[in-house]
Design a binder for this molecule. Structure first.
Ligand code: FE2
Length: 252
């Protein structure tokens, strides 16, 4: 099974991993809710595990801007959430294959101006597309993290984990096999708004995309040269997800 998934990763640039138990997922959810609630004024309705999916109907613009601000939309990861990643046999196998070892650190590239935070992950909130079309970024490669053009594909992997929104109406939109292409630097559009530089629509047109259906605790583990993004929330719930970066210790 591990061999099969490793081969899928080599060939398609991603694989789905059973990472967290239901309990660990619940714990992750509670940490995110706690962080969001810190930014919700006392007079407004606080969030809970039950109503997080209705976030879009509760929060006004001012509160939302505060919740998703780069200095706020992250949580720290403790042992309970880090150990399943470090101990995962498939992640070890994929790292060994690509890097020659499996020593890595989990870091969050939060702000362009600040250094990366260790054992931290960012979370994202995307309200339903029909209500808010600006919550998702365009197609990009995580390779160019920190807003810098990078060509070393051995620096990192990404792990995307849905917290709310598991079906393909919500999940990350990825282009299988696109990691094998040498994406020219000229395919990056000229804008500095996003941390991962967005690819030109014209360039992206030639690639095919899929959105997997996931179960609680499953994550998409993918290659830094894999095109992904523009993952519109086509459902009726607010999507909440984390995107965790696994950095090769050789370069950090
Ligand atoms: Fe990304």
């Amino acid at each position: 099974m591990i061999k099969k998934k490793l081969n899928q990763f080599i060939d398609k640039g991603f694989c789905i991993i059973d990472l967290y138990s239901k309990n660990e997922h619940k714990y992750l959810l509670s940490k995110i809710i706690k962080k969001i609630n810190k930014n919700i004024p006392a007079k407004s309705k606080k969030l809970s595990a039950k109503n997080l999916k209705f976030y879009h109907s509760y929060q006004d613009k001012e509160v939302h801007d505060k919740v998703i601000k780069n200095t706020q939309r992250y949580i720290s990861l403790d042992k309970k959430l880090i150990m399943p990643i470090i101990k995962n046999k498939l992640i070890q196998k994929i790292s060994n294959h690509h890097w020659g070892h499996s020593k890595f650190s989990i870091k969050w590239v939060g702000s362009l101006k600040k250094p990366m935070k260790l054992n931290t992950t960012g979370f994202r909130i995307a309200r339903p597309e029909k209500l808010s079309s600006k919550d998702v970024g365009g197609e990009h490669l995580d390779l160019h993290y920190g807003g810098k053009k990078n060509t070393n594909q051995k620096k990192l992997f990404t792990l995307w984990c849905p917290i709310v929104g598991m079906s393909k109406n919500y999940t990350l939109r990825i282009s299988p096999g696109s990691h094998k292409f040498k994406h020219p630097l000229s395919s990056i559009s000229k804008q500095k708004k996003y941390i991962s530089m967005v690819l030109n629509k014209n360039y992206v047109k030639r690639f095919k995309f899929i959105r997997p259906n996931l179960k609680v605790g499953q994550v998409i583990f993918f290659h830094p040269n894999l095109i992904h993004g523009s993952s519109k929330n086509l459902g009726s719930k607010t999507r909440v997800s984390i995107d965790l970066r696994i950095f090769n210790n050789t370069y950090s």
